[in-house]
Design a protein around this ligand. Structure first.
Ligand code: F6P
Length: 357
């Protein structure tokens, strides 16, 4: 018999419910009398002891359901040790509530912030098994995070449609996708849709290179283009400036987003009417792709197996097609930028996509 807490933390993504289902179904089958405690709203739920004992029926019919049945919040790692109320910080409360709830372990589904806190909790003696989710695909040590594949599918579907309207009007359309720190989503979406240029945080852009690609296309008879940009991308001039200062500088220039800046610069230099579109949260919502349903089922079942074998302080991963796990201590706080020699960047370049460098 085991009592397992489960929570989803940070930004949501497609596949959270199917991952929860994978964990729960496996636990009920593998451990007679297993009890699953659903913690509501991520770490906040554990701080406030907002939770309930789940029933097997709670996990029925959620394989394809978007969002998370457990809800989620962002609890900043940096504030975990800040005094929350006199004499108590969030970390103390989590540790205390974990013990009071009689949990044998805690399963945390989240991205980088979630993993950092999970590692902190493990160092405080809690038994943790984590699962890597995020449409950003930027959790270290796993080939892919769940949610990423669905977001790429949705993003590519949007860009397919954007192309037809760009062609009708002989316009450039700059599509901005999420990816605050790294450009995995922009790269995959751009390759999947055959964009003219992909602009990612890993490669600061030179506007004249983007414009060159657009003008060359016009000269070759195609008066329309689509540029995919990750929200965290910056120009070569901005590259040396700290993020906060960069945002202030951009706001002073009248730009709230990188796509707004890019489209103004493209239009000014090429004279081609340029528009922007931001799919934003659309890529985080709704049903997971078949691929993500399979991945989350594998991840969830594997996480439950780890719990059965009392393997803690780890996060589930996929490496070279094999489901495995990494130590939380090895993953927490480690960035996962796209290597500049990544084969997908090479293939994109080979097929004529500009990275504006
Ligand atoms: O899930 C991560 C992410 O997609 C980032 O790329 C983006 O900056 C962030 O979510 C925005 O999420 P929220 O507005 O929910 O904080």
């Amino acid at each position: 018999m085991k009592r397992v807490g489960i929570l989803t933390s940070g930004g949501d993504c497609p596949g959270l419910n199917s991952a929860i289902r994978g964990v729960a179904k496996t636990l009920y089958r593998r451990i007679p009398g297993a009890e699953i405690v659903g913690i509501v709203g991520g770490y906040t739920g554990l701080i406030e002891k907002d939770c309930r004992v789940m029933r097997p029926e709670d996990f029925y019919d959620i394989l394809t359901l978007g969002g998370t049945i457990l809800h989620t919040t962002r609890q900043r790692f940096k504030t975990m040790r800040d005094e929350d109320e006199p004499g108590h910080n969030k970390l103390d409360k989590i540790v205390r509530n974990y013990k009071e709830l009689g949990l044998d372990c805690l399963c945390t589904l989240g991205g980088n912030g979630t993993h950092k806190t999970a590692d902190l909790l493990a160092s405080e003696g809690l038994n943790i098994v984590a699962l890597p989710k995020t449409i950003d695909n930027d959790v270290w040590g796993t080939d892919e995070t769940f949610g990423f594949h669905t977001a790429v599918e949705l993003g590519a579907g949007i860009v397919d449609r954007v192309y037809t309207t760009a062609e009708s009007h002989s316009r450039v359309i700059v599509v901005e996708v999420m990816g605050n720190k790294f450009g995995w989503l922009a790269l995959a979406t751009g390759v999947a849709s055959g964009a003219e240029a992909i602009v990612i945080p890993e490669i600061p852009y030179h506007i004249q290179k983007i414009n060159e690609a657009i003008v060359n296309r016009v000269n070759a008879g195609r008066a329309y283009s689509v540029v995919i940009v990750a929200e965290g991308a910056c120009s070569a001039e901005e590259a040396g400036i700290k993020r906060k200062e960069r945002m202030i500088k951009r706001a002073e220039e009248g730009f709230l987003t990188v796509s707004a800046k890019l489209s103004k610069e493209i239009q000014a230099d090429t004279g081609i009417e340029t528009r922007t579109m931001t799919p934003g949260y659309y890529l985080r919502g709704g049903s997971p792709s078949a691929y993500d349903r399979i991945l989350t089922t594998q991840f969830g079942a594997y996480a439950a197996e780890l719990i059965c074998h009392d393997v803690y302080g780890v996060t589930v991963a996929k490496k070279d097609g094999i489901i495995t796990h990494n130590r939380l201590a090895d993953v927490a706080g480690k960035p996962k930028p796209i290597p500049l020699r990544h084969p997908l960047i090479a293939a994109a370049r080979d097929t004529g996509i500009s990275f504006a460098d």
